[in-house]
Design a binder for this molecule. Structure first.
Ligand SMILES: NC(=O)c1ccc[n+]([C@@H]2O[C@H](COP(=O)([O-])OP(=O)(O)OC[C@H]3O[C@@H](n4cnc5c(N)ncnc54)[C@H](O)[C@@H]3O)[C@@H](O)[C@H]2O)c1
Length: 322
């Protein structure tokens, strides 16, 4: 799964460093932990297990700091990935206050530790900072069109606040920060049992169980789904680039599909007879999502896993669970 080029980036010539990963027992965090522990880094994992799972990291030689990132004692680090968050829409709609803490109070603590110890911080931000964009494919220079008081705002606005906080620490204390705006990502370890499962996993599970595949609204809204190894390779590329301090990068796939097309592709890949049914649209649901990836491509990164292949890989993993 890890391309040689990316692994070369994280093998330090003078021995390994220490990496702090918040949200480490979650989907993307656990794949980062696997890459860095595999390359001999000392990995500190922070997670409160609100949605994270011990099975995601129990096979890894990591030091676990169990608790809220807003509260646990953070170690000094060479590099930190701040990924602790509650990114599933159902979760941040039902528990909006809790959803606003990790990217505000939690990130503040990570940045303060970086200011004290000289560590580098990669903030796992989101395409949600663009809201419902008027410019698609969306470049990093686009400022966003976000409803600051809508039901999605606990997530959108805490990511926007988090980005501003990163830049404030850079300007005031010279902290080496990098912002990764991640677009929809899927793959093994995206929790299938949770009621907060996100769309690709939700559709695959519905197809495997022969249940109706539930599409919000007309299904003509688009997303660009990236397979997790491409995203993790992108994050590692951003983390180890020497001229990227203070920069913002889109990370994801630019293979744009409608949600209805995704539902049909899932049915085909899973060989499922599940009917596709429509449910009420979500409020403030963006119509289109597609990143302009040219800035990250200029660092030599390229997404390599096509949607059909990624769906098949994710399905293999899901079949091993059921
Ligand atoms: N997966 C995507 O499609 C996607 C897209 C855009 C951005 N992101 C961002 O990437 C990061 C990781 O996302 P993911 O998909 O792996 O999500 P995830 O839910 O699988 O992982 C997040 C982890 O954070 C933990 N957590 C939540 N609140 C915490 C707190 N207060 N203190 C400590 N731990 C806490 C959860 O238990 C979970 O293990 C998030 O910041 C998310 O916003 C993800």
């Amino acid at each position: 799964m890890w391309r040689e080029k990316t692994l070369e980036l994280i093998k330090r010539p003078g021995g390994s460093g220490r990496v702090l990963i918040t949200g480490c027992a979650g989907f993307i965090g656990s794949w980062l932990a696997e890459a860095y522990s595999g390359a001999g880094w000392e990995v500190y994992c922070v997670d409160n297990f609100s949605t994270g799972r011990m099975e995601n990291i129990s096979h890894l030689p990591v030091r676990l700091l169990r608790g809220n990132v807003e509260e646990v004692e953070l170690p000094r680090f060479d590099l930190a990935f701040h990924g602790a968050a509650l990114p599933a829409p159902d979760f941040y709609v039902k528990r909006p206050v809790e959803a606003m803490l990790p990217d505000s109070l939690g990130l503040l603590r990570v940045l303060r530790r970086a200011a004290e110890s000289g560590g580098r911080v990669v903030f796992l931000s989101s395409s949600e900072v663009y809201g419902d964009p008027e410019v698609v494919p969306t470049p990093e220079s686009y400022w966003g069109r976000v409803n600051p008081v809508g039901v999605r705002s606990p997530y959108d606005e805490s990511k926007r606040f988090g980005e501003a906080l990163c830049m404030a620490f850079r300007r005031e204390y010279g902290v080496d920060v990098r912002v990764a705006r991640i677009f929809n990502t899927y793959g093994p370890r995206l929790d299938p049992d949770s009621s907060y499962a996100r769309v690709v996993t939700k559709f695959l599970v519905q197809a495997l169980r022969g249940e109706p595949i539930t599409v919000h609204g007309d299904g003509l809204q688009t997303r660009s789904f990236a397979y997790v190894s491409d995203v993790v390779n992108g994050l590692i590329t951003i983390a180890h680039c020497e001229r990227c301090a203070g920069e913002v990068y889109n990370v994801g796939s630019d293979e744009e599909v409608t949600i209805l097309e995704l539902a049909k592709l899932v049915k085909e890949v899973a060989g499922s007879a599940s009917p596709i049914v429509h449910t009420p649209p979500r409020p403030d649901d963006p119509r289109r999502r597609r990143p302009d990836l040219s800035k990250l491509r200029a660092l030599g990164w390229e997404p390599v896993v096509k949607l059909k292949e990624g769906l098949s890989l994710t399905l293999l993993w899901l079949r091993s669970l059921f």
